[in-house]
Design a protein around this ligand. Structure first.
Ligand SMILES: Cc1cc2nc3c(=O)[nH]c(=O)nc-3n(C[C@H](O)[C@H](O)[C@H](O)COP(=O)(O)OP(=O)(O)OC[C@H]3O[C@@H](n4cnc5c(N)ncnc54)[C@H](O)[C@@H]3O)c2cc1C
Length: 339
């Protein structure tokens, strides 16, 4: 088996996050000689976290300049680690940080890169990746002759490595800092409890445009819709998805749910998240939307229309009901259970 380099960047607290531990598990399963390459402000804690992996070497690019995600510094760090490790295969978690930097690194090393891989395993004795094409309609298995071959593994596809911590020996790798034009002056982020996209949630709650439409009494009930949805998200710790129609409404100057952005959009031109369960509300379930439910295992929908798309084999259960009434009752029941 060829030598493998696992590239991981540390989190602000110095640890390795779940996507990095998933990629680590995939690298270990391949069975070749493993080198780990770490990048961050502080790397010893992360090295200790994975001391039990039995990696042949742990290399690190450490320092203030590598705290923030920035193409120039991340690419320089990854390139230096790849050159120091001389590995044929380079596996990394498909984080936004690595997804931005590593294709350029593959070019510099005259190698190749594959993004959005869902696995990297041996097939007929050669490493092969699986990945989806055409908005998750076709799955391909592919392999490459060129080396180094950099593979970015999507999160949530492999159980994360979970082994003992220890005290690791780290080899420092020096990097000539490239000139940088970007200075990070601070971070503006919503408070943690306002975060509505939760990739690890057991349930995906989808809101459709129906929440902002006139209801049976002839009026729009935007404020109540917001309260019901946010109330449910808080108690159920669900992740929030939206239909395209709903996320587009803000651009049309219509009544909107303030917390809904294009990042929440599920579907053909949105995201395809992985959750065990999904509940769609006030969403028609048209194919361009439902195609984003590819990896939702159990699907339920609430819609007033018994002929909506969900009724046509796209949901396991369709409740033909008023979503306002249903979610009011669900929130009341959850509130009682939690009190
Ligand atoms: C190329 C292309 C790409 C696209 N990509 C995407 C994509 O990525 N994601 C996506 O979502 N769409 C996508 N679309 C758009 C998609 O086809 C639909 O137009 C969109 O999903 C409709 O959104 P909706 O179901 O929320 O709204 P609507 O079609 O307006 O449906 C609202 C639903 O709410 C129901 N409703 C209203 N009030 C209540 C109530 N009180 N209780 C219960 N139900 C109620 C109504 O019965 C209705 O079914 C794409 C379209 C194209 C052409």
């Amino acid at each position: 088996m060829e030598s493998i380099l696992l590239l991981a960047h540390t989190e602000p607290d110095g640890s390795l996050a779940k996507p990095a531990l998933e990629a680590l598990a995939a690298a270990l399963a391949l069975g070749g000689e493993l080198t780990v390459g770490l990048v961050g402000m502080e790397t010893q804690a992360a090295a200790n976290q994975i001391a039990g992996t039995g990696a042949a070497r742990i290399l690190a690019v450490t320092g203030e300049a590598f705290t923030q995600s920035r193409y120039a510094t991340d690419a320089a760090a990854a390139e230096a680690l790849c050159r120091a490790a001389r590995a044929k295969l380079v596996l990394a978690p498909g984080t936004s940080r690595w997804s931005r930097a590593l294709p350029g690194v593959a070019y510099r090393l005259h190698g190749r890169v594959d993004t959005h891989a869902t696995s990297l395993t041996l097939r007929n004795e050669v490493p092969a990746v699986t990945r989806w094409f055409y908005r998750q309609r076709m799955e391909a298995v592919l392999t490459r002759q060129q080396r180094p071959w950099i593979v970015l593994l999507d999160a949530g596809c492999v159980p994360a490595w979970n082994g003992p911590a220890g005290t690791a020996t780290v080899e420092a790798v020096a990097v000539d800092l490239p000139p940088t034009r970007t200075t990070v002056t601070g971070i503006q982020a919503p408070k943690a409890d306002e975060q509505t996209i939760r990739p690890d949630a057991k349930l995906l709650f989808v809101a459709g445009a129906g929440w902002t439409k006139k209801q049976a009494d002839g009026a729009v009930h935007g404020a109540e819709a917001e309260a019901l949805i946010l109330g449910f998200l808080r108690t159920a710790k669900a992740s929030l998805g939206g239909s395209k129609s709903l996320v587009d409404l803000s651009g049309e100057g219509e009544a909107v749910l303030q917390f809904m952005t294009h990042l929440n959009q599920i579907g053909q031109t949105g995201s395809t998240p992985r959750h065990p369960k999904g509940l769609s509300t006030c969403c028609h379930g048209e194919e361009p939307h439902a195609v984003g439910w590819r990896f939702i295992n159990e699907r339920r929908a609430i819609n007033l229309d018994p002929n909506c798309g969900w009724a046509r084999g796209k949901a396991d259960v369709l409740y033909v009901a008023d979503a306002f009434a249903v979610m009011r009752e669900v929130n009341r029941t959850l509130g009682q259970e939690n009190s």
